[in-house]
Design a protein around this ligand. Structure first.
Ligand SMILES: Nc1nc2c(ncn2[C@@H]2O[C@H](COP(=O)(O)OP(=O)(O)O)[C@@H](O)[C@H]2O)c(=O)[nH]1
Ligand SMILES: [Mg+2]
Length: 164
């Protein structure tokens, strides 16, 4: 039997998921105004209404159950994708297990010289991703504000996508 999450997330909770190195923990820290550098994420991390997850949970089918169990109480699933990653492997069904959740995409590392966020976004769409897609960079802290408002601060930025 798999343990359920020990801490029950608050209403409107969100969960970050995506490959190792996608920039999830960096983004998580920025969302909560933490200055620290991202350390390797070894386990589920809870902070107020947010959950950060290890990339391994997303990339190894035998670990999907950990994401699925944890996301049952979550309202928003946030798929995080690094702009320098030319592969988008969305595990079929993983983002649609419960049906009640909103999906949000985030393209990270838009500061990288080779980053073409439009290309990355089309890749996500081709992979079947629906929902708003935000663009962020930790080098440009202002870039996360629309996403921050969407996840943590009310309904004011439903259009969301498009910051750089
Ligand atoms: N250039 C750049 N590097 C980033 C950005 N976000 C994260 N990184 C780097 O990408 C690496 C992986 O980040 P991390 O947050 O640990 O990814 P995670 O495995 O998805 O949690 C780290 O070296 C970060 O400093 C970004 O916006 N721009
Ligand atoms: Mg991490």
């Amino acid at each position: 039997m798999e343990p359920r999450t020990a801490i029950s997330p608050a209403p409107s909770a969100f969960m970050l998921m995506g490959a190792v190195d996608a920039g999830k923990t960096t983004l998580f820290n920025l969302l909560y105004g933490r200055a620290e550098n991202a350390r390797k994420t070894q386990a589920l991390e809870f902070e107020n209404s947010g959950i950060d997850t290890p990339g391994e949970f997303f990339s190894h089918p035998r670990l999907y159950h950990a994401l699925i169990n944890t996301s049952s109480d979550v309202d928003v699933l946030v798929y995080v994708h690094s702009c320098d990653n030319d592969e988008c492997r969305l595990p079929p069904g993983l983002l649609n297990v419960y049906g009640h959740q909103r999906l949000v995409g985030v393209i990270t590392k838009t500061d990288l010289p080779d980053c073409d966020p439009g290309h990355a976004e089309s890749m996500l769409r081709r992979a079947g991703f629906s929902g708003p897609i935000f663009r962020v960079s930790n080098r440009h802290p202002g870039s996360i504000l629309p996403l921050k408002r969407y996840l943590l601060g009310g309904e004011s930025t439903e259009e969301g996508a498009g910051s750089s």
